[in-house]
Design a binder for this molecule. Structure first.
Ligand SMILES: [Cu+2]
Length: 214
């Protein structure tokens, strides 16, 4: 079939082939930026939510939250398994979700449900340097960049999307990163350069028998 005929038959069938977005995020020094959240919000309508929000997980490993930044679709239940053999006490005072998990080891029976969009900062009452971020998105088309600064958003119905990027150490506002992208069948590449503030993370506690901090 000719291309237009294929397009026409898809149109008549009411089916359009989904597309993907591959976003690459770099910092001001052109280095790949991990832990950047990329969202795609379709113009003129909210996407239908998945039948059931995915179960998500944030681990505690070697007294750190893993991953450092987690992006979830709104109303997703998030589990907080403690993989260390010491106890942690996870909490948040953020407006989008205030909670506290009593001192625990292993996985608490119930997940925390993040039912409001926004950004939640999590900490541990025992280990002050433990900090993590949960980005609660209004769109299911959301992901976090891996170490190579890359993230792929799959299965987007064709149309116009507003793409944004957020990072806990970004210099400007998330809103300022907004750009319009037309998604068709196949892959669409998007590139962001995101200037970072001077990084601030609380230093870890001194390690007995070692000099300095780790
Ligand atoms: Cu802890």
């Amino acid at each position: 079939m000719r291309r237009w005929a294929v397009a026409l038959s898809l149109l008549l069938a009411g089916v359009a082939e989904a597309g993907d977005i591959t976003a690459v995020v770099r910092d001001q020094k052109n280095g790949p930026l991990a832990d950047a959240v990329v969202t795609a919000v379709p113009r003129g309508g909210t996407p239908a939510p998945p039948a059931r929000p995915a179960r998500e997980t944030i681990d505690q490993i070697d007294k750190e939250f893993v991953p450092f930044v987690k992006a979830v679709f709104v109303s997703s239940p998030v589990f907080f398994p403690n993989k260390d053999n010491i106890r942690h006490r996870v909490y948040s005072f953020s407006v989008a979700k205030t909670f506290e998990l009593p001192l625990y080891t292993g996985t608490p029976a119930k997940p925390v449900v993040f039912d409001k969009p926004g950004i939640v900062t999590i900490g541990c009452n025992i280990h002050d340097w433990m900090i993590g971020y949960i980005y609660i998105a209004t769109t299911p088309y959301v992901g976090t960049t891996a170490r190579a600064g890359r993230v792929k958003l799959d299965d987007l119905p064709p149309g116009t999307y507003t793409i944004r990027v957020w990072h806990p150490h970004m210099e400007g506002a998330e809103q300022a990163t907004a750009r319009s992208v037309n998604v068709e069948a196949g892959s669409t590449d998007v590139f962001f350069q995101l200037p970072l503030k001077e990084e601030f993370r609380p230093r870890r506690a001194p390690v007995p028998g070692q000099r300095g901090y780790r």
